[in-house]
Ligand binder design. Structure first.
Ligand SMILES: Cc1cc2nc3c(=O)[nH]c(=O)nc-3n(C[C@H](O)[C@H](O)[C@H](O)COP(=O)(O)OP(=O)(O)OC[C@H]3O[C@@H](n4cnc5c(N)ncnc54)[C@H](O)[C@@H]3O)c2cc1C
Length: 377
């Protein structure tokens, strides 16, 4: 059993920590923000919808991570387990203003079909329907943390300035045999990593409590504007959104929130409560206002070059000790849908890196004792 330090307790840190525990190691998480903290742009995971919509692009690794995650979440959404109470199967309809018939790359999703003309909503010219899962992030993150703790994991809430602090056993924690970095956007600033390819894509949302909504919808307009409606098992629905590259603004803009709700009502008029529905009236934002839980925004941790799942060796500056390190960050807008796939990959890389380091250290030790033995002779 090795002692592993891991920075980050978002969806990536928690799934990775659980996969490493499953391989029999002792894991300590170091994190500035934890699940159930007050939401802020310092911590992305609580802001996600979150749904799993896997477009079959050319990136084989990304496809593998997402398929692995989908299979797991789909299975866990069955029955009455703790996981099933956080994950819900839904029908999602996606509408496109541009004619992308045959090019959506979603044909592999369960129960996929092309929408008939009479099913379309303006300004769409085509659309598709399929089944997927949505994750109630407010329940799922605490569940994963509780599972990690119940399996002997430790958590130290702290802001890490430099990875060497953790590698030298700061805050009274044991000196780790290896380090895993799952710091999301924090990987841009964390000393010893400082990955300047990591950047934010801001996403603004409105959370409403609408237990009557059980289906999911999305609209992509020609100008790139996207709208999505993601219901959760709890009866809450996440409505979005925006994709603002390099925008660090930490508060919701109220005019943007209003525009999101107006678009959402055009896409799904039955968002308003059943008792207010009236064929002769157009649903308005005012009808929905009593059901608004919060306006908010999060920063998706994007990375030029895509997700970083890699291993390496780092040297602690103060003592020269060499330590295996595994990176798992830069998931952008797809952290939930690739979480378990990248966690599994990171855990495998860690096993391999620790094994090689143990052999190297053993060889060095054997070499030095041989020298001592020769000298004594
Ligand atoms: C509006 C919105 C909607 C989204 N919808 C979806 C969706 O539908 N499906 C989907 O798959 N994804 C979605 N995403 C993306 C998803 O939320 C992210 O990809 C994911 O949350 C990233 O998780 P993470 O663990 O890498 O980062 P985070 O959740 O930000 O966690 C980072 C962790 O590292 C810690 N940390 C960082 N630096 C330090 C440091 N120096 N010292 C100590 N601790 C540190 C933080 O405290 C935190 O615990 C959405 C995102 C947004 C904003």
């Amino acid at each position: 059993m090795s002692k592993i330090a891991l920075i980050g307790s978002g969806i990536i840190g928690l799934t990775t920590a659980l996969e490493i525990q499953a391989k029999g190691h002792q894991v300590t998480i170091f994190a500035d923000s934890l699940p159930a903290d007050t939401k802020s742009t310092k911590f992305t995971s609580p802001w996600a919808g979150a749904d799993h919509v896997m477009e079959m692009g050319d990136d084989a690794k990304k496809r593998e991570y997402e398929q692995e995650t989908f299979d797991r979440l789909w299975k866990e959404s069955e029955g009455d387990s703790d996981d099933a109470r956080c994950i819900m199967r839904v029908i999602q309809k996606r509408y496109y203003e541009e004619d992308v018939t045959g090019k959506t790359q979603l044909e592999h999703m369960p129960d996929f079909r092309t929408l008939a003309q009479e099913e379309l909503i303006a300004p769409a010219t085509c659309g598709v329907s399929f089944k997927t899962v949505t994750i109630d992030t407010a329940a799922y993150l605490p569940l994963l943390l509780a599972r990690f703790l119940s399996r002997g994991g430790q958590v130290r809430r702290t802001y890490v300035q430099h990875i060497d602090q953790v590698l030298q056993g700061a805050w009274g924690m044991p000196i780790p045999d290896a380090l895993v970095v799952c710091a999301g956007l924090g990987a841009r600033f964390l000393g010893g990593v400082e990955d300047k390819d990591v950047y934010p894509i801001r996403g603004q949302t409105v959370l409403v409590h609408t237990p009557w909504i059980t289906d999911s919808r999305g609209m992509r307009e020609k100008n790139g504007q996207g709208t999505y409606i993601i219901p959760r098992r709890s009866g809450d629905t996440v409505i979005g959104g925006t994709r603002e590259v390099d925008d660090w603004y930490p508060h919701p803009r109220l005019e943007t929130g209003h525009a999101i709700l107006e678009r959402a009502l055009r896409l799904m008029p039955h968002l308003i409560p059943p008792n207010l529905r009236d064929e002769s009236k157009t649903p308005s934002v005012a009808d929905l206002e009593p059901h608004i839980v919060e306006h908010g925004c999060g920063l998706r941790p994007a990375r030029k070059g895509g997700i970083r799942v890699e291993s390496d060796i780092v040297k602690v500056a103060a003592c020269g000790r060499e330590v295996p390190i595994v990176y798992n960050y830069g998931h952008g807008g797809a952290g939930y849908q690739s979480s378990w796939g990248t966690a599994l990959r990171a855990a495998r890389l860690l096993e391999e890196a620790v094994r090689i380091q143990t052999i190297r250290a053993g060889r060095r030790l054997a070499g030095s004792s041989l020298k001592v033995y020769s000298y004594r002779q």
